[in-house]
Design a protein around this ligand. Structure first.
Ligand code: IPM
Ligand code: MG
Length: 350
């Protein structure tokens, strides 16, 4: 029996994960759902955002689904013990190097975008963000005192050939099942690591994926093109930091940050880490106002990518679309449904 580890975390995380539980009970009753403390919630109890036990539990499960992490309550916790550090440590421990971040526009929500509906209607981009390398983890890093009394803050952006190749492969493989087009975004005009990125992707493409259409794009131009004509993109592969920024921008184009899931994948057979793209939204936490669809769709991705239950995933995706077509809207979508009522709408459609 497959195991899903739920890490509800902080803010609205527990509320949206409760809806995942209900959906899982109805859709995949054989799936064993476990739950553990994580993030600020873990810090409050165990003085660390991720205990060794929970890390090991994650590594031993088939898929891990997080709610959300962080909040103003832990702003003053030591940096290495902040909720966000727990997230980065978990990504690293699970070695989930390929972060799939879809930005797709649900037809019922095309009017909710900040761009004209015709620019986003039918939008379907898949970001593949490198997730366990680059400037997020590069050494050395720190804040040092200088002789003249100033301080110096520094980080290291670093990528090796194999780190670029493995995430590149994920992008090319994905593209083959879509419209066969990959954009690779870097700053090869300025950064050495960007130059290497471009060279490695070029060689990988020529060697293993000549059938896929590849375009290199500078990351700043990519940002511009995303808000100018986003439908030109299909798969975009990029590094950890650019992927963080570009995927937020693309997600918002769909008018629905509260709607989008993500999947972080490691080597085949290893558990994936699934999380809604939205944050912990402390301002609305505990009020039943959060949209649970991003978490529910993260479960959909877990079914598809880790649990290999394609039929259940298809059924869940169809149910979410049907609920939206039937007019189900939480507050972020201009409606008045509570978190649980949105869960009800999905369950009814299921
Ligand atoms: C994300 C978030 C995280 C990141 C933070 C919370 C550490 O912004 O998942 O995009 O920067 O990766
Ligand atoms: Mg981010």
């Amino acid at each position: 029996m497959a195991t899903l580890l739920l890490l509800p975390g902080d803010g609205i995380g527990p509320e949206v994960c409760a809806e995942v539980r209900r959906v899982a009970a109805a859709l995949t009753p054989d799936l064993k759902v476990e739950e553990a403390l994580y993030g600020g919630a873990s810090y409050d109890t165990h003085s660390t955002p991720l205990t060794d036990e929970v890390r090991d539990q994650a590594l031993a499960s088939d898929a891990v689904l997080m709610g959300a992490v962080g909040g103003p309550k832990w702003a003053d916790a030591p940096r290495h013990l902040r909720p966000e550090a727990g997230l980065l440590n978990l990504r690293k421990a699970m070695d989930v190097f390929a972060n799939l971040r879809p930005a797709y526009c649900f037809e019922a929500l095309a009017g909710a975008s900040s761009l004209k509906p015709e620019l986003v209607s039918g939008l379907d981009i898949m970001f593949v963000r490198e997730l366990v390398g680059g400037v997020y983890f590069g050494q050395p890093r720190g804040i040092e005192d200088l002789a003249d009394g100033q301080k110096k803050g520094f980080d290291t952006q670093v990528y090796t050939t194999s780190e670029i190749e493995r995430v590149g492969r994920v992008a090319f493989e994905l593209a083959r099942g879509r419209t066969n087009k990959v954009h690779s975004a870097e700053k090869s005009n300025v950064m050495e690591s960007g130059l290497l990125w471009k060279q490695v992707i070029t060689e990988l493409h020529a060697r293993e994926y000549p059938d896929v259409q590849l375009e290199h794009i500078l990351a700043d131009n990519c940002a511009m093109q995303l808000v100018r004509a986003p439908k030109q993109f299909d798969v975009i592969v990029t590094d950890n930091l650019f992927g963080d920024i570009l995927s937020d921008a693309a997600a918002m184009l769909t008018g629905s940050l509260g709607m989008l899931p993500s999947a972080a994948l490691g080597a085949p057979g290893k558990p994936g880490l699934y999380e809604p793209i939205h944050g912990s939204a402390p301002d609305i936490a505990g009020k039943g106002l959060a949209n649970p669809l991003a978490a529910i769709l993260s479960f959909e991705m877990a079914l598809r990518w880790s649990l290999k239950q394609t039929q259940a995933a298809d059924a869940l995706l169809a149910a979410v679309k049907a609920a939206l077509d039937n007019g189900a809207r939480t507050r972020d979508l201009g409606g008045s449904l509570t978190t649980a009522q949105m869960g009800d709408a999905v369950l009814a459609a299921l």
